[in-house]
Write a protein that binds this ligand. Sequence first.
Ligand code: NAP
Ligand code: MG
Length: 499
Amino acid sequence: MDILSTDASHAALKQGFLARDRELLIDGRWVRAQSGKTFDVTDPGTGAVLARAALGEAADIDRAVQAARAAMARGPWAEMAGAARGALLLRLADLLEKHAAEISVLESLDAGNPVGSVRHVDVTMAINNLRNIAGWSDKIAGEVPMTPALAGGMAYVVREPVGVVGAITPWNAPFLMAVHKLAPALAMGCAVVLKPAELAPLSALRLGELILEAGFPPGAVNIVTGFGSGAGQALAEHPDVNKITFTGSTRVGRSILAAAGGNMKRVTLELGGKSPVIVMPDADLPRAAKAIAAESMFKSGQYCAAGTRLFVHASMHDKLVDAIGEIFGQARLGHGLDPATQMGPLISETQLGRVMTYITEAQGAGAQMVLGGKRLERDGHFVQPTLLTNVGPAMRVFRDEIFGPVLSVIRFEDAADFDGIAAGANDTEYGLAAKIWTRDLAAAHGLARRIQAGTITINGGGPGGRLPFGGFKQSGIGREGAREGMLSFTEVKSISIGF
Ligand code: NAP
Ligand code: MG
């Protein structure tokens, strides 16, 4: 993104959006929390307070859920045809495009990611997704099973909106996650209560303003900012919510699952990962090194599908480590709004502390630090991209999701042993993604079929379109995106009638 539009957007935000306390969106209106409480929203690149947001709690969640329920029961949202919902989503996509620079600056300030990356990855994907999903709004249909022509009666299957949806999102890609959750729910005719992450709630609130401007009727979308233990828990437990769609940690995912059991809510959980990267001896080394390094630094490593366990064939080990080390060494760390920045800060001091503990502990356990590992002496929560070799599969750095720019390398010897390589890759509680680098078709397909993960990317991946996304094992339940994602916001009803 160019400097001029960044500066102009920043100035406009300071005078407008950031100058006022941000409120909750309930039933088409912006309102204060019932308690009147607020919380500070900060810039992780400086530690400074950016704005104050309403601290929504159980009472506010309840108001929002009732508004959503009413919107589904009667009035314009309940009566709206699928094509008209699609048209609203397309209008929203146009508004995101119009305000893309400003949204990118706001998101960069709040979550720390480089503004150009936010614009070209997050905001672009959000716009493309909205347009893709808008097309599904009038294309999901039921079925009429074949019956003998002279049978006395008929049977059919209809799909209905699943009901009121509670959406709970994390801070690492807050804008994209909010759009990911809202769009398919709205396309299928559900009404939504969104609880954004407390650490980066601002872009979702700006999205709420654009949702009203696009013309969504009151109650279709409600946004309640607040803490997980208050607003989030209340939403997960609420008896009038039919489905929770959640993206976040496996730990909180478990508590959502337990809370959802109260009224048997449907759940989609997109959770953590510890994704393997496998580099075979015939891989295109410069391409692989560039992609692996870039992914390690993407969102400062706070990226659920990041390849963080690097399995490399012994013949490539030293060359690949050198190539990645060179890219890490040259990376420019800085504030998200600085156009030269390639990697921003971590989200919080707590997150930085966690990452530093893993790095120190790994060295104590015998891992070798090739590069990085230090916190930067400046305001904000910055840590260098860190490359560790000699990592063993039992070390915590190799097992836990760290959510920081830390890449652990392990070598393997036998490139023909697909079972052995896959066993290493599968030796984790997670199963979100895996990446394979090889030019050998048998290795590519042989490994892809053996690895337990929801998304497998070979040689950096192809154009693909919007594919279903989600995890095996403890990386989640269900899939978002594409047809699977749409169907997860519907309920099936079988109707049979005798004449
Ligand atoms: P988190 O701590 O699990 O929080 C996620 C959301 O849940 C936040 O809005 C949080 O509110 C809320 N929450 C916390 N406790 C809750 C409770 N008891 N009941 C209901 N809601 C509650 O995750 P995070 O630290 O924000 O994000 C990092 C995690 O997200 C990583 O594990 C990462 O892998 C995962 N992630 C997964 C994907 C994916 O698609 N699979 C994508 C991105 C991130 P507060 O903000 O107030 O705590
Ligand atoms: Mg923030």
